[in-house]
Design a protein around this ligand. Structure first.
Ligand code: NDP
Length: 460
């Protein structure tokens, strides 16, 4: 008789957990996956996928306006929020169903219920009871962090609720200057909601290249988003006419919805990690080694709960590497270097590698190539929106170490830039690639002049 009920117990049926469970089951392991909400995790249920549908929905207003420049007369347009939400939810349910089927087809069992570790091999699953497993994978993700001590915080929502608002607000205040804040600011602004974004820092998207940060703030402003920098909420008050956000700089602003997007915290509460002896780091994330193994020999963790790079494809690769290592006899680690990411702001951003500041700090002398221009698509529209493309090159080796794009299709463009950069492309090789014309992307292979920021002269 087997020593344990299962070979592998997976906590969380999100991107990382499902990939690992499927591969392990396909390799012949007896696998049980526990999920307390819906199968698919943040990405499918309340993140990347529904967010992108919302971005698509919101872009139509922009397209309608641009169409006039191309000779179209666009009649009265109106947007039906409940209809859109219903369509979006139908598709999310379909995708969640595919995840369930994929698990079942691979031979993994799924149980709906919250899992709590009792010790390193025993898990209590609500509605199912105790089960034992040889190996355990912790993949419960992260959830929005809220400043619970802020007066009136109970009136604010997070991105979780933004996907299911009963009606489209007329006015919204969004707190934060990261991925989620910028993406939802673009969505609501595009849908005609009076949108204010308030962020504590001197500019949005800390960690991104400074030229990108300045550029996106300017373009968001041009699109009509009110961006307040250097301030944050001091309180939220409910009045007869809405919610009043009081900011630390003394200003206030009334809206119908206040949304907080101040980062996400590893979802470790009540998991029983202490009972199993699993260590957390200073930010409350599960500490793991390169193979995603925790300090407990038979327990691993992947995805946002480990707070490495909190992106869906990274969680998938971490889960995949774990399954290959433990169930396919193929020791594999995932290389977290040169992971590209996109911010689906409007205009969107694609970025891979180092920012200019980071490159100077880490590598010393770097060369910068940069172009700002109006995309061809806007030439007939009267829009003044501009794109930005930027390359950061290590001077000593000529290697392209950073590529940053703001403009239409930037997320699509950056995927392939990442391929070349992962292979260690040099600027000479990059430039030897012939342009595809007429595209925005061709600007990346025609950057010949080194960029010297105005005011810095040749000394820079
Ligand atoms: P981010 O970490 O991107 O941004 C958090 C923002 O909140 C920052 O602007 C930060 O400011 C601010 N903030 C943090 N703490 C406070 C505080 N106490 N008071 C005021 N402001 C504060 O988090 P998000 O919630 O936007 O997204 C979480 C993660 O999910 C992202 O980092 C990303 O990894 C992932 N994600 C990826 C997406 C994509 O790939 N397109 C889309 C959405 C999310 P400061 O900079 O000053 O610290």
């Amino acid at each position: 008789m087997a020593k344990y009920d299962y070979d592998l117990f997976v906590i969380g049926a999100g991107s990382g957990g499902v990939r690992a469970a499927r591969l392990a089951a396909m390799a012949g392991a007896k696998v049980l996956v526990a999920e307390e909400h819906r199968v698919g995790g943040t990405c499918v249920i309340r993140g990347c996928v529904p967010k992108k549908f919302m971005v698509y929905a919101s872009e139509y207003a922009h397209h309608f306006k641009m169409a006039e420049g191309y000779g179209w007369t666009v009649g009265e347009s109106s947007f039906d929020w409940p209809r859109f939400i219903a369509e979006k939810d139908k598709e999310i349910a379909r995708l969640s169903g595919i995840y369930v089927r994929n698990l079942q087809n691979a031979g993994a069992e799924l149980v709906h219920g919250r899992a709590t570790l009792l010790d390193a091999h025993t898990v209590e699953v609500a509605g199912r009871g105790r089960v034992t497993a040889d190996k355990i994978l912790v993949a419960p993700g992260a959830r929005p962090w809220m400043p619970v001590e802020l007066p009136g915080i109970e009136h604010a929502i997070t991105s979780n609720e933004a996907f299911h608002l009963e009606e489209l607000p007329k006015r919204i205040v969004i707190a934060g200057g990261g991925y989620i804040a910028l993406e939802f600011a673009g969505i609501f602004n595009g849908l005609g909601v009076e949108t204010t974004l308030v962020h504590r820092g001197p500019n949005v998207l800390r960690g991104f290249d400074d030229d990108i940060r300045a550029h996106i703030a300017e373009e968001m402003d041009k699109r009509g988003i009110k961006v307040i920098l250097g301030a944050q909420h001091a309180a939220i008050e409910k009045t007869d006419t809405g919610l009043v956000s009081r900011f630390t700089d003394g200003h206030h602003c009334e809206s119908d919805v206040v949304m907080f997007a101040l980062g996400r915290a590893p979802y470790v509460d009540g998991l029983g990690l202490e009972a199993a002896g699993v260590e957390l780091d200073e930010d409350g994330a599960v500490r793991v080694d390169d193979y995603s193994r925790t300090n407990v020999e038979n327990i691993w963790a992947v995805g946002d709960v480990t707070n490495r790079i909190n992106l869906t494809p990274v969680a998938i690769r971490e889960g995949h590497a774990f399954a290959d290592t433990e169930f396919n006899n193929k020791p594999t680690t995932f290389d977290h270097d040169m992971v590209a990411s996109a911010v689906f702001s409007q205009p969107p951003i694609g970025s891979v590698g180092l920012s200019e500041a980071e490159a100077r700090h880490r590598l010393g002398k770097v060369d910068v190539y940069l172009a700002r221009f109006r995309p061809m698509k806007y030439a007939l529209t009267g829009y003044s929106e501009r794109c930005l493309v930027k390359l950061v090159v290590e001077a000593a080796t000529e290697k392209v170490v950073g590529c940053h794009v703001v403009g239409p299709d930037a997320p699509e463009i950056i995927q392939l830039a990442a391929v070349a950069m992962k292979m260690g492309v040099t600027k000479t090789q990059w430039d030897s690639t012939c342009a595809v014309h007429p595209t925005l992307a061709e600007e990346l292979v025609t950057l010949r002049e080194k960029y010297v920021p105005q005011g810095l002269g040749q000394a820079a």
